[in-house]
Design a protein around this ligand. Sequence first.
Ligand SMILES: NC(=O)c1ccc[n+]([C@@H]2O[C@H](COP(=O)([O-])OP(=O)(O)OC[C@H]3O[C@@H](n4cnc5c(N)ncnc54)[C@H](O)[C@@H]3O)[C@@H](O)[C@H]2O)c1
Length: 429
Amino acid sequence: MKYAIVGTGARHAMFRDAIVSTHQGTAELVGLCDINGHRLALSAQDVPERGGNGIATYRAEHFGQMIDEQKPDTVIVTVPDDLHHEYIVAAMRAGCNVMTEKPMTTDLARLKAILDAQRETGRKVAVTFNYRYSPARTQIKDMLVSGVIGEVVAVDFSWHLDRVHGADYFRRWHRYKDRSGGLLVHKSTHHFDLVNWWLASVPESVSARGRRAFYTPQTADAMGLQGRSERCHTCPVFERCELRMDLKQDEKLRELYLDAEEFDGYHRDQCVFADDITIEDTMQVQVNYRSGAMLNYTLCAYSPWEGLEIRFHGTKGELVHKHVEVHGVFGGKREKPVDDAMTTTLHVAGQGPESIKVWTGMGGHGGADPIMLGYLFDPEGMSPDLYARSSSHLDGAWSILTGVAANRSIESGETTHIARMLAESGISL
Ligand SMILES: NC(=O)c1ccc[n+]([C@@H]2O[C@H](COP(=O)([O-])OP(=O)(O)OC[C@H]3O[C@@H](n4cnc5c(N)ncnc54)[C@H](O)[C@@H]3O)[C@@H](O)[C@H]2O)c1
């Protein structure tokens, strides 16, 4: 199978490297495309030559030419979220299948464009939800499907982003709602997708509240950061800021962003306390599912630790999973927890709580990335997927609808009914 990648920023390298190394027997990379010639050239350097030729590279305006000349079977989309739909639609209309990074898209108009093009062309869209493939989350699916806690009636789910990872969503395009959909779309698409998949259900109504409480000018002032500038690179109070990002010090960041900024003005290190940020950093969401289950969800983007806690309340018992990924964030430094970082406890009614040995794996995102890449690029070489982890355009759509509905609820103060919202937008799923 032939693949082309559009968007040669930080994330695309995982797909590129999987194609040109681990999966070179079944996959071939035929083209790279980006708006920024520097990042494009940087990526091309890491692609081994074939028959004495380097990889073909195309500027964004020549995306169509890339498809015509290189004839990829599948286009991999790793541009910023608000642009996914442009390439998903163009690739399908040019006869290609698509693999897209999450979120599939950011709002209803873009979603409609994707769904219409998919229906008209019959092409496949896979959304690369790596979290489904993390062994610990797959194990949760396994236990829920086994019926060990009966029918799942309610779920409490909280996701904690620490002040290194969480802060990173406030530095660049993610920080504008019209570019990322806000964290309830950009980040929570993973979490709401997990819940949809775990429960084998879809959301029906959503109520939400959210605000920006920490990444604000007031917080910076309280930290004594008066006189700060728009970005870390030129900031007079850089040394005193615990949330600073040093593009010069990190070779990867320097090459990918600092050295590339003269070509497109993309500043990777904008001040996380800026006034013009339009996304929230603290959100609570209540969701009712078609199955009758209810979800309480919290996302906090400035937590002292990073990880998740989830509790499933079932008719026969409870299942609790906690993962502490990192903690102890002091001056931007992170520490791995020394104790058991991942715990799962099963408590069947009438019995004592049982500590379950958690499934683990090696590689990115807790072992998720290599497994997902195997199913994406060499499905024949993998064992049949008992857990139905691959995701289509429909999974991509349902996973953003909770966040889109939550954004609407935050704005209006009312509950959002998803069927009504879809009907108003002319979308049927
Ligand atoms: N699943 C995960 O765990 C995970 C992790 C990180 C990022 N992501 C997703 O991957 C995507 C990319 O994120 P990133 O961190 O690499 O962003 P990035 O900003 O580092 O890279 C985006 C790239 O797209 C290019 N680009 C911008 N506009 C373009 C256009 N019009 N045409 C072509 N190229 C254009 C930029 O020049 C840049 O090279 C996002 O959708 C993000 O949500 C997913």
